[in-house]
Design a protein around this ligand. Structure first.
Ligand SMILES: *Cc1c(COP(=O)(O)O)cnc(C)c1O
Length: 345
């Protein structure tokens, strides 16, 4: 049974991307499964990644870690990138989560609760989370991971990448015995000297390219599809959708498809978005509405019940994101709970 809007997740492609990253970086992959695995479903994705050999995962929030712990059982290490916020230590401990400590206040909070295994984040220039290098803490009992995050990993020509890498290599020497993790998806592709001890990718596992455009080493994982609800022939001179944003200059066949901005089809897809209809790429016309969007299918053999693809195996997610003026991360995390996730592989 088709449903109006559906997200199909290819777990074999996820596994292939996981192994492709291991090969590219020549280092173990510790998957980032925050934001429900970028919207694809952390329970299914992390379970499969464990089958593929992953034993260390990263989430952003303690709440995400709690859910993941219940799904994965006691074995894997789960790090929480938010660190140890005020009053959170008991929750972290109860679910055996390891905070990535970002500040001296967080470190005091964790220690006051008894401490335990944890990481530290060192800020090497992004000025987001983590200790400034000058404020990096002395090594302490329980510290088993030191990480830093690249600001411009999607741009290999950016000189800041090497500056951050070199700064990280120096500061990480303070923590002998702690695992060093530096590279996100883009960083994994920057070269072997960016890999350190473990990679920390998200988007490339989920099908986005390391530079925000298609990469032959990365397979499509997520396919967002919509069912054709109605097909109509619009005479020349009439308009389609809210605010008359599309004028049919000649007779136009329109397929009204069952996915709108309440499903994660960004309104910014109009007027530049393309969808795959059979083998063809066709424009979304007029405004995307809450539950439906209109696609120009003139000249194609399209019937009610057919499906079109917003992005996926036929329409690359980075190209879809670029057309909507955004990035693959946002397309994936915008898909709402209304859209069923179907897992294959
Ligand atoms: C989100 C995140 C990652 C993963 O980044 P991608 O670009 O999706 O590979 C890695 N490390 C940190 C600290 C992050 O916040």
């Amino acid at each position: 049974m088709p449903v109006p809007a559906l997200l199909t997740v290819d777990l074999n492609a996820l596994a292939a991307n996981f192994h492709a990253l291991e090969a590219v970086g020549a280092a173990p992959v510790h998957p980032v499964v925050k934001a429900d695995s970028y919207g694809l479903g952390a329970a299914a994705c992390a379970t499969r990644l464990m089958t593929e050999g992953a034993r260390t995962f990263f989430v952003a929030r303690a709440s995400e870690g709690e859910v993941l712990r219940a799904v994965l059982g006691p074995e894997p290490a789960i790090y929480v990138l938010d660190g140890c916020l005020a009053g959170r230590a008991p929750r972290l401990k109860a679910a055996d989560l390891r905070p990535v400590i970002n500040t001296a206040v967080q470190l005091a909070e964790w220690r006051a609760a008894g401490g335990g295994r944890c990481g530290v984040q060192i800020d090497t220039g992004m000025n987001r989370l983590g200790f400034r290098i000058d404020d990096a803490p002395e090594p302490f009992e329980g510290l088993d991971l030191v990480l830093s995050h690249l600001a411009c990993a999607d741009d290999p020509s950016e000189p800041m990448n090497a500056r951050q890498r070199d700064a990280f290599a120096v500061v990480a020497q303070r923590y002998p015995g702690a695992l060093r993790s530096f590279a996100n998806s883009g960083g994994a592709f920057l070269g072997p000297d960016y890999a350190f001890d473990a990679l920390r990718p998200g988007i490339c596992m989920y099908g986005g390219g390391p530079e925000g455009r298609p990469d032959p080493r990365i397979r499509a994982v997520a396919t967002l599809s919509a069912e054709v609800l109605q097909v109509r022939d619009v005479p020349a001179g009439e308009t389609v959708g809210y605010s008359r944003k599309f004028l049919a200059e000649h007779p136009t066949r329109i397929a009204t498809c069952g996915a709108g901005y309440a499903d994660g089809v960004l309104r910014a897809y109009s007027p530049t978005g393309l969808v795959a209809v059979g083998g063809a790429l066709r424009p979304i016309v007029g405004r995307v509405s809450m539950d439906v969007c209109a696609v120009d299918v003139s000249g194609l053999d399209v019937a009610v019940g057919d499906t079109v693809e917003l992005f996926g195996a036929q329409r690359n997610i980075d190209e879809a994101a670029t057309a909507a003026g955004t990035i693959a991360y946002e397309l994936l995390t915008s898909i709402t709970a209304r859209v069923p996730r179907r897992y294959v592989g």
